[in-house]
Design a protein around this ligand. Structure first.
Ligand SMILES: C[S@@+](CC[C@H](N)C(=O)[O-])C[C@H]1O[C@@H](n2cnc3c(N)ncnc32)[C@H](O)[C@@H]1O
Ligand code: SF4
Length: 421
């Protein structure tokens, strides 16, 4: 039986309609590996194997098409790694290869991640001409000492130049910052925020620097701000962004009206995404099952495998018992929460699977259940301020029973601003 037909066979889940589909494309190379980063990114000082990689992506997409036949793609996100190391011609080819094989929704958001460097002028405009509609700039900090401590290859002047150029070239863009950096004070964060907000960014993502296993920072941890200071930093971020009209629509994302990241919103709302490229993850729904895919992680192996039609290293169906937690991981990160009907639409499970837990979370002041109409039925669940502060505790209430038993008394630890994976 061919793969797509295999996934269409009957099963216990009942998805009335398929969710919106997005496309993620991973470009895995960076000039230098940052000591805190555990993303699938690989140092490459020499010329990139750009054309072979683009061939591999194209072969990967063609082999995946039967899984998404007839479905429209709403957003594209070209992430990394450092995608801006690819030439504008390469990005143009990638976007036209995608357009030739998939139907993109009119005006689809196409984001490209870019790192500050010495070559922004004209290059960002050329990305725009190639079809990119939104740039996400990995600034991290505008402070030279902090950038040095983070092992970044760019300095503060280059960060400012990149943002200024993005503002000229794009109608919408994002600045990525991190906080609770080695040795960072509240004043230093204030200065970073002043600089970032001085560019009037339509979108800002701010992540709490985390020490990830298997990174240089995990092996040689730098001195980081303690929890109290990190919590004061978060308060400052929330106040300062609100004061300039950036709304905190997700735990670590702030946007002006009309500039929310449609691609990430789809992840958080348990939408579907096809993931192409080395180590990329995907989630694809069928009427009776939800499939997760992972591509080969190491770039040379990925290219070799993808070019022979075998880009996927791992493919599994999400177990029924895991679906509530997987849905809540994203949905509870959103300030607006989710419509209860969306839970059944996206997981194929009845709402009764999670209603008792949602009610228990309401009792503990972690979510609000908003009632609708005369019948007073709950229609939407929204995390409260306390729910946002204790997000991982809230999410873990939805772990399968076995997992909950293991962590019967979860440590109550305020969540700052974790980044999405
Ligand atoms: C995978 S990076 C790709 C973007 C780009 N290469 C860069 O470094 O700016 C996406 C974002 O994740 C965040 N990030 C990466 N490692 C992190 C960590 N250990 N803790 C918190 N945020 C992290 C950074 O803000 C970064 O901009
Ligand atoms: S943080 Fe960005 S630039 Fe640094 S290694 Fe990771 S992906 Fe590359």
């Amino acid at each position: 039986m061919d793969a797509a037909l295999h996934y269409l066979r009957p099963g216990t889940l009942q998805l009335a309609a398929l969710p919106p589909l997005a496309l993620y494309v991973h470009l895995p190379w960076c000039l230098k590996k940052c000591p805190y980063c555990d993303f699938n990114s690989h140092e490459n000082a020499g010329p990139l194997p750009e054309s072979r990689y683009l061939d591999a992506l194209c072969a990967d997409l063609e082999a995946a098409l039967p899984l998404v036949w007839g479905r429209r793609v709403h957003t594209v996100f070209i992430g990394g790694g450092t995608p801006s190391l690819f030439s504008p011609d390469g990005i143009a080819r990638l976007i036209s290869d995608i357009r030739a094989r998939l139907v993109l929704a009119p005006g689809a958001e196409i984001t490209l991640e870019a790192n500050p460097g010495t070559f922004e002028r004209d290059r960002f405009r050329a990305f725009r001409a190639a079809g990119v509609t939104r740039l996400s700039i990995g600034v991290q900090s505008f402070d030279d000492a902090a950038l040095h401590a983070l092992g970044r290859v760019h300095d503060a002047a280059q960060a400012r130049a990149a943002v200024a150029e993005a503002r000229e070239a794009f109608d919408t863009f994002n600045i990525d910052l991190m906080y609770a950096l080695p040795g960072q004070t509240l004043d230093a964060l204030q200065t970073d925020l002043d600089t970032a907000l001085g560019f009037a960014p339509p979108h800002l993502s701010i992540y709490h620097l985390t020490l990830e296993p298997n990174t240089l920072f995990a092996l040689h941890p730098p001195r980081l701000p303690d929890d109290d200071l990190a919590s004061d930093m978060l308060d400052l971020i929330v106040q300062r962004t609100a004061a300039v009209g950036l709304s905190r629509y997700e735990v670590s994302a702030f946007a002006r009206p009309g500039h929310r990241c449609a691609h990430n919103l789809n992840y958080w709302q348990f939408g579907d995404y096809l993931g192409l490229g080395a180590g990329a993850h995907g989630k694809i729904s069928f009427p009776h099952r939800v499939l997760r895919q992972v591509r080969w992680r190491e770039p040379a192996q990925y290219m070799q495998q993808a070019l022979t039609g075998n880009a996927t290293s791992n493919q599994t169906e999400v177990a029924r018992a895991d679906l509530p937690f997987e849905f809540m991981l994203g949905a509870l990160r959103l300030a607006d929460g989710f419509e209860l009907a969306q839970f059944a639409q996206r997981t194929g499970l009845p709402l009764s699977t999670v209603m008792p837990t949602l009610e228990a979370a309401e009792q503990r002041g972690l979510v609000t259940l908003e009632r609708d109409g005369a019948a007073g039925l709950a229609a939407r669940a929204r995390p409260t301020v306390r729910g946002f502060d204790f997000l991982s505790d809230l999410q873990s209430l939805f772990l399968p029973a076995q997992g909950r038993a293991r962590q019967a008394e979860p440590e109550i630890r305020p969540v700052t601003l974790p980044r999405p994976r």
